[in-house]
Each structure stands twice: as structure tokens, then as C-alpha cells.
Write a protein that binds this ligand. Structure first.
Ligand SMILES: Cc1cc2nc3c(=O)[nH]c(=O)nc-3n(C[C@H](O)[C@H](O)[C@H](O)COP(=O)(O)OP(=O)(O)OC[C@H]3O[C@@H](n4cnc5c(N)ncnc54)[C@H](O)[C@@H]3O)c2cc1C
Length: 551
């Protein structure tokens, strides 16, 4: 289990934050032989990493800003992920319709796609192509053809369960020797004079404090990087993250078979309507945010904007706020850029910021995408090795399979699994999508104890064994960790509320929880869901918002 009380210790590298970037850094550094400890005040991937659009994108959008370096990096990382995590990262076609009056003319988009195809040659899923209005009307009949000038179809990638990317990075980092402490808050930095010599941590549950002394400390706290530094070391503001929200709805009249990437009429920003696990996600917004980083909730204005834009290009959709199953909001960790008038202009690349010479031993990670987490980790680990004076050690993560892809032939494994599994093909495929080859562990647990073969969530068909796997082997501590970031039944239509009691019951019978703990966990789960404004719970009135501009 990842939540064990931290003891005072000496390591090479202390990492603050177990989002996708902190975990990727831990994995890379451990693979290169460093002794690593990671601390997160909450669960793995429970910050920004669980609020994304779930795209592993080649970076087409960055061409608009001529950021060729980031496009090249994104294309390369997408290509590597197709190989190292084929169970989690899937080919994802996207249609870009061009309408009269769009600020980006179709010819310009086609030119951009042609350049993108050249850059992605041999590392993509096929070339983009133009789509005539007649074909759009036939294959995407729900899409408005009023003012439609044509469209382009291009190929990108989706990671439907981004949370599992984090879990698997954790599993691999741990396998390589890294220690990951969740529910362990970094309360301060240890200073030897100006030199940063590690971190002070506190166990959230017991309140026990400890010092983790480290030769290098990496602040990978995503949008919280300034909060971590505040009052500890002198630093200018580093994070200027923008708020992004999505809404999740059931299939609606005219809903498209593929992702539609289109220009919003209200503010000319590119936004998506995309199929996701049998539902649709509409998103995202991009707002300057100065509010509380711990209280980020989609506002009514953002929800109205996303619904209105979707209803505009899907005239039969007729979506209203009552159709929203839940919303997801997060803060993109982006570099602070003073006086920026257009958030789209803020760089989406990452920076490895060394605080030396003012504060040697401290590195802060600014920015970084899901897509480029591995490249970011490689850059950070190179810098850590330089700081340690250890010389270059080859990065091993480019070809290293994720734990769920640890097989010589993934398609053959998946075929055999579905054939030999006692479950229905649909339920077997869900296990493969969530756990990869580790789906076998779920079936093994269910075979050892038939009570663990019981279905705990009718919608997904998830098994009781998954609750046990999550806590015993995947670092889950709370019911919310299990439902939202391991089994993912918490991302279903009712956010797992109908499955929560059954899952807590499994924990009582198999994991040593008592009834009081189960009750507390259920209450805490509902409390954690409030930030998603789920329809299944009475939706509260619009929360106070720190957004500076409404869309
Ligand atoms: C709306 C939106 C859409 C996006 N879409 C995409 C997309 O489609 N594709 C893509 O590639 N990227 C996307 N991104 C970007 C991507 O999600 C983030 O860049 C990435 O998840 C950042 O990961 P991180 O590990 O740096 O930060 P986080 O995931 O936020 O992790 C930081 C961690 O630090 C911890 N922490 C904070 N303070 C402390 C403390 N004092 N002590 C201990 N721990 C602490 C937090 O608990 C958290 O777990 C999107 C982001 C948003 C918001």
C-alpha cells in the first residue's frame, strides 16, 4: 500500500506531487538507479491529471503558434505511447468542420494538416484527408451543414482512462524501487543555508511529521508549485495556469460517431465534442483563474457556453443543463505570463526550472501535458543527474512497456483473454481496457474466492475483486481512490453512487474496514463528488467562481 507513515530517511531524489509528471519522474529516476521518494497530499493522479480532455495529441494546435519543437515532441511521445501502453492509448480520428465565418479558413487548416502529416510521417495512424460536404452529411448526419464549406479528418489518440496511466506509472516506479507516499502533505522544504536538502512531510491521517532528506528535490506539484514554494524560498510567480472545464452527457440526437473539433462561435476557440466510453464529453474552456486552487468547479457560465456551442453545430441535440451528468474542471499548469490577453498564446511546453544558484538542490517543473509526461521526466532526470554530478545515464523509458502492456504480443494476449475469460466479451474487454494484462490478476482473485466474482456495478460489470486489487496492489486508500481512479466506475452516469455501498461492503469483508469506516468513506466519497456537480446528487447552485473572464 502506498499510504504508509513516512519515516525520516535519506534519498537521492524527493519528488513533490504524484500527478502524471511526478510519477513519471519517479519512474525514470528509479530506472536510472536513483533512490526516490514521492509524496502527494492526496491520491495518485487526483489533481489536474484526472481533469484533462484525455487526448494524447500530436499537437496540431501548437502549429498555430509555430511551436514546432512541441509538435515534434508530442508526435514522438504519442508514437511511443502507442507501443508502450497500447491497452490505454488508442487511435482516435477527429473531424474538423469548416464553416463560413470561422476565423481559421479551411485552406489554412488543410495547410496545417499537410505540415502536420509531414512531421508525423511514419509515426502517425495515417494521413489526414479532406472531406466534402456531401460526405459529412452522410457520415455525420447530425452536424449542421448550414454554412459548411467542407471538413478534414485527421488522426490523433485518446487515453480514455488517463487515471490508469498514473496508476501504471506508480506500479512501475514502485517496481523499480521508488517509494510513493500518498495522503502525505509536503509542509515545507528542508534548508541547509540556501541549499534545499529535502522536504518536511506530514501524514494526513495520523498527523505524524517526518523529514525526508534528499540530494535533490523536485517540485512537481502541477498548478500548486507556487503554493509549495511560498514562504520557503524566494521565487517569482511560476504558475499561470488557466481553468478548463468539460461536461459529460449521454448520447444525444445527432451525436457524432467521431470526435468533432470545431471553432466556438462565441470566442473563436477550438473546442471538442467527443465520444468517450459510451457518452460524450464537451470541452473545454480556457479561463484566467485567480481563485482557490482547491475549489475548482465548472461554473454555470462555462456549462452554458459548452452546451450552446454544441447545440449550435448539432441542431437536433437540444441539450440543456439537466442533461449534464457531471462536469470536470481543472487548472492547466502553465507558465506564468504577465499581461497575456489571449490564454491560447501561453506556451503549452514544459520548463525544468533550477532554483540554483539562489537555492541549489531544488528544481521546479513548470507546465507539461499528459502527452509529454515521459519526455518531461527524461528532461528532469537528466537535470537531476547533472545536479548530482553523476554523469549521464541512459534514459530507459522510451521503450519500456507499461505494466499493463507487459507482453510480447498485446493483440494476441487480448484475443486469448476474451476467448478464455469466464465473463462476457464486453466485460472481458472492459477489464482489458482498464488493466491491460493485469486483467488476469482480477480473474485470479475472483477464482481464488468466488465472492470476489460478484458484480458490484451493473453498468460496467465491474467485479468485487477489483476493489481488493485496488487497495492491496494499486495503492488505493479511500473509497474515492477505488471508484474514481482505479476501477473508474465513479466516472459512469451516476458517478458510481449506486456501486459505492457494494464496494464499501467488499472492503469490510475483505480489507479489514469496520462499519464505521465504511460509513465515513461513503460520506467522504459524496463530499469528493461535489466538485463534479453530479446530477445524481442534488446539484447545488452555481458555486462562487474565481474565473476572471466568462466565455
Ligand atoms: C481542462 C484540461 C484539459 C487538458 N487536456 C489535456 C489533454 O487532452 N492532453 C494532455 O496531454 N494534457 C491535457 N491537459 C494537461 C494535463 O492534464 C496536465 O498538464 C497534467 O495532468 C499535469 O500533471 P502534473 O503531474 O504536473 O500535475 P497534477 O496532476 O496536478 O499533480 C500535482 C500533484 O501535486 C500534489 N500536491 C500539491 N500540493 C502538494 C503538497 N503540498 N504536498 C504534496 N503534494 C502536493 C497534488 O495533490 C497533485 O496530485 C489538460 C489539462 C486541463 C486542466
Amino acid at each position: 500500500m502506498s499510504h504508509h507513515p513516512p519515516g525520516s530517511e535519506d534519498v537521492d531524489l524527493a519528488v513533490i506531487g504524484a500527478g502524471i509528471n511526478g510519477l513519471a519522474i519517479a519512474r525514470d529516476a528509479a530506472a536510472r538507479g536513483l533512490r526516490v521518494v514521492v509524496a502527494d497530499r492526496a491520491d495518485l493522479g487526483s489533481g489536474t491529471s484526472s481533469t484533462s480532455s484525455r487526448l494524447i495529441h500530436g499537437g496540431l494546435k501548437y502549429l498555430e503558434r509555430y511551436d514546432f519543437r512541441l509538435v515534434r515532441e508530442s508526435i514522438r511521445e504519442r508514437h511511443l505511447l502507442f507501443r508502450t501502453a497500447p491497452h490505454l492509448v488508442h487511435h482516435y480520428p477527429m473531424l474538423i468542420p469548416f464553416y463560413a465565418g470561422d476565423s481559421r479558413p479551411g485552406a489554412l487548416i488543410r495547410l496545417g494538416l499537410a505540415a502536420f502529416d509531414v512531421m508525423a510521417a511514419g509515426r502517425g495512424q495515417g494521413r489526414s484527408r479532406g472531406v466534402a460536404v456531401r460526405e459529412v452529411a452522410r457520415r455525420w448526419p447530425g452536424l449542421s451543414t448550414q454554412g459548411l464549406r467542407g471538413a478534414a479528418l485527421y488522426h490523433d489518440a485518446q487515453v480514455p482512462w488517463a487515471e490508469r496511466l498514473c496508476v501504471e506509472l506508480f506500479l512501475d516506479a514502485r517496481r523499480l524501487g521508488a517509494r510513493v507516499l500518498t495522503y502525505t502533505t509536503v509542509t515545507g522544504l528542508l534548508l541547509d543555508g540556501d541549499r534545499v536538502a529535502g522536504m518536511r512531510v506530514e501524514d494526513n491521517r495520523s498527523g505524524a511529521a517526518a523529514e525526508i532528506r534528499a540530494a535533490v528535490t523536485v517540485n512537481a506539484a502541477g498548478p500548486w508549485i507556487d503554493t509549495v514554494l511560498d514562504g520557503q524560498v524566494a521565487s517569482r510567480r511560476l504558475n499561470g495556469g488557466t481553468k478548463g472545464s468539460h461536461v459529460v452527457v449521454d448520447p444525444f440526437p445527432g451525436a457524432p460517431p467521431t470526435c468533432i473539433f470545431f471553432e466556438a462561435a462565441a470566442d473563436r476557440r477550438p473546442i471538442f465534442v467527443f465520444p468517450w466510453e459510451g457518452r460524450y464529453v464537451l470541452g473545454s474552456t480556457d479561463l484566467t483563474y485567480e481563485g482557490d486552487l482547491d475549489e475548482v468547479v465548472a461554473s454555470d457560465a462555462e456549462i452554458d457556453y459548452l452546451l450552446a456551442e454544441t447545440n449550435r453545430i448539432f441542431p437536433s441535440a437540444g441539450l440543456t443543463p439537466d442533461d449534464v451528468l457531471y462536469s470536470v474542471a481543472g487548472i492547466r499548469p502553465l507558465p506564468y505570463t504577465a499581461g497575456v490577453s489571449d490564454n491560447a498564446k501561453i506556451s503549452r511546453g514544459h520548463t525544468v526550472h533550477s532554483h540554483a544558484p539562489a537555492h541549489p538542490g531544488l528544481i521546479t517543473v513548470i507546465g507539461g501535458k499528459l502527452t509529454t509526461h515521459r519526455a518531461l521526466a527524461e528532461d528532469v532526470t537528466d537535470e537531476v543527474l547533472r545536479t548530482l554530478g553523476r554523469g549521464r545515464r541512459r534514459c530507459l523509458t522510451r521503450r519500456r512497456a507499461f505494466p499493463g502492456a507487459d507482453t510480447a504480443d498485446w493483440p494476441a494476449f487480448a484475443r486469448d483473454f476474451v476467448r478464455s475469460s469466464p465473463l462476457t466479451p464486453a466485460r472481458s474487454r472492459r477489464l482489458l481496457d482498464v488493466y491491460g494484462v493485469r486483467a488476469r490478476r482480477v480473474l485470479d482473485l475472483a477464482a481464488e474466492d468466488p465472492s470476489l466474482a460478484e458484480v458490484v456495478d451493473e453498468e460496467s460489470g465491474a467485479l468485487a475483486a477489483e476493489v481488493v486489487l485496488a487497495v492491496r496492489e494499486e495503492g488505493a486508500v479511500t473509497l474515492a481512490d477505488v471508484l474514481l481512479r482505479r476501477m473508474l466506475v465513479g466516472l459512469g452516469a451516476d458517478m458510481g453512487l449506486s456501486a459505492a455501498e457494494a464496494c464499501a461492503g467488499v472492503a469490510v469483508r475483505h480489507l479489514g474496514w469496520d462499519d464505521a469506516r465504511a460509513r465515513d468513506e461513503l460520506a467522504a466519497y459524496e463530499a469528493e463528488l461535489r466538485r463534479y456537480r453530479p446530477r445524481a446528487l442534488a446539484t447545488p447552485a452555481s458555486p462562487p467562481s474565481g474565473d476572471r473572464r466568462t466565455p
